[in-house]
Design a protein around this ligand. Structure first.
Ligand SMILES: NC(=O)N[C@@H](CC(=O)O)C(=O)O
Ligand SMILES: [Zn+2]
Ligand SMILES: [Zn+2]
Length: 438
């Protein structure tokens, strides 16, 4: 049995200071006045004045690469990266090798996550066999497996065939699941290397036009309406996609959308470095797209922040732009980037961050009702403590992830997770807090 933990005078959701008592994995008391709590003798006391307490973060979009590319990331290294970033649950995408398109693979991924115990790993099932876009995978078997899969995605590629997309949307209704779409018209993006615009023209790199995303977002919203199902759109990247989601929601369509930290901070100007660290799908867009995404997060059109943590082995990134893989790391830097672009700019409060990075992703994910819960007595002790006054310089070599492909190396970020608790167990402690548990 683990020792009780007292988190003393933390700023709850960035608001009022309160003290939390955690016993046997559960928050048993929340009190304004620390002195009113009878501290058990063997309790670990964390002096948390100035730290923000949030519900443990839930990432709806993570790539863990296991099975198949353990040279880039494993469930263990990815779990450690997640815990350090303040996450208590991650949804692992299906584009592994073998693809997570059977009950066997999703059960293995789920069980390995539990064995490691640093975050809950919820496997996302593939929509189609082998991500080939031709035949629906055994979605029902994955849903009924012990991994209890509720989200299905061919992420990495788009479910392009509208008939397959329609069938998938119909199928997930049986277990209240959702189809999670990587919106990319395959024909309009053949050979694409970056956002199609002024910069791609100047650099002579093949473009990925905004319409290639927007046309699929619109189509899928209409399909979800037609069959009365639920669709979640991944990594929204353009101002036009935001307008379509806004329209779809106003029309009552059951659609949700995510934005990544990198699409809220970086633009296609980064490609001028020719550094493949900035090569990602969908591509980094223009400043007006970034502004539209931030406004959409602020007004609720975009429901959640998700990392799209995409580790790649160095041989797939240390090469010329055209040959490099798409994707960048995100788990360990997400909180810092979000504080920088949303909290410090006044676009969002910490309460909003709790909604965007924990409560709503848990609700969309549906797998496990122990995540995204309020910080209140009787709730599971999934808690993240953030130091909003910390500044730190991202050092790729120091990341817990096995991969090194962060676009933020050498950049100073605010907002660091200093402690993460999964059902009362510390899964990450900054050096300043390690002493308390010694
Ligand atoms: N985002 C990326 O550029 N890459 C992701 C796939 C994806 O999310 O589409 C990957 O698996 O590497
Ligand atoms: Zn994707
Ligand atoms: Zn992805």
């Amino acid at each position: 049995m683990s020792r009780p933990i007292v988190i003393k005078n933390a700023s709850l959701y960035g608001d009022t200071p309160a003290t939390l008592l955690i016993e046997d994995g559960v928050i048993t008391t929340v009190a304004q006045d620390a002195a009113s709590i009878a501290t058990p003798d063997d309790a670990v006391v964390i002096e948390a004045e100035g730290l923000v307490a949030l519900p443990g973060l839930v990432d709806l979009h993570t790539h863990l690469r296991e099975p198949g590319r353990e040279d880039a990331e494993t469930i263990e290294t990815g779990s450690r990266a997640a815990a350090r970033g303040g996450w208590t649950a991650v949804h692992a995408m299906a584009n592994t090798n073998p693809v997570a398109d059977t009950a066997g693979v999703v059960e293995q991924v789920y069980s390995r996550g539990q064995e490691i115990g640093l975050v809950d790993v919820f496997p996302v099932g593939a929509v189609t066999v082998g991500l080939k876009g031709e035949h629906l995978s055994e979605m029902g078997a994955m849903a009924n497996s012990k991994a209890r899969v509720r989200l299905f995605s061919d992420d990495g590629v788009c479910v392009y065939d509208p008939v397959i997309m329609r069938r998938a949307l119909e199928y997930v209704k049986a277990f209240d699941g959702a189809v999670v779409q990587h919106a990319q018209d395959l024909r309009l993006t053949e050979g694409s290397q970056m956002h199609e615009g002024v910069v791609s023209a100047e650099l002579g790199l093949a473009g990925w036009p905004a319409v290639a995303e927007e046309s699929i977002v619109a189509r899928d919203a209409l399909l979800a309406e037609h069959v009365g199902s639920r669709v979640h759109v991944q990594h929204l990247s353009t101002a036009g996609s935001v307008e379509i989601i806004r329209w779809a929601k106003a029309r009552g369509i059951n659609v949700t959308a995510e934005a990544t930290p990198h699409h809220l901070l970086l633009t296609d100007e980064s490609a001028r470095t020719y550094d493949p660290l900035f090569k990602v799908n969908p591509p980094l867009r223009t400043q007006s797209d970034v502004d539209a995404l931030r406004a959409a997060v602020a007004d609720g059109t975009i429901d959640i922040i998700a990392t799209d943590h995409a580790p790649h082995a160095s041989e797939d990134k240390d090469c010329e732009w055209a040959a490099a893989s798409f994707g960048m790391l995100g788990l360990e830097t997400a909180l810092g980037v979000i504080q920088k672009v949303l909290v410090d700019t006044g676009a969002a409060t910490w309460r909003d961050v709790a909604r965007l990075m924990s409560e709503t992703p848990a609700r969309i994910g549906m797998v496990d009702d122990r995540h995204g819960r309020p910080l209140a007595a009787g709730e599971p002790a999934n808690v993240t403590l953030v130091d909003p006054n910390a500044t730190w310089t991202v050092d790729a070599a120091q990341l817990a992830s096995r991969a090194r492909n962060t676009p933020y190396g050498g950049i100073e970020l605010p907002g660091r997770a200093v402690a993460t608790f999964l059902r009362g167990v510390p899964t990450h402690l900054d050096t300043q807090l390690e002493g308390a548990f010694a």
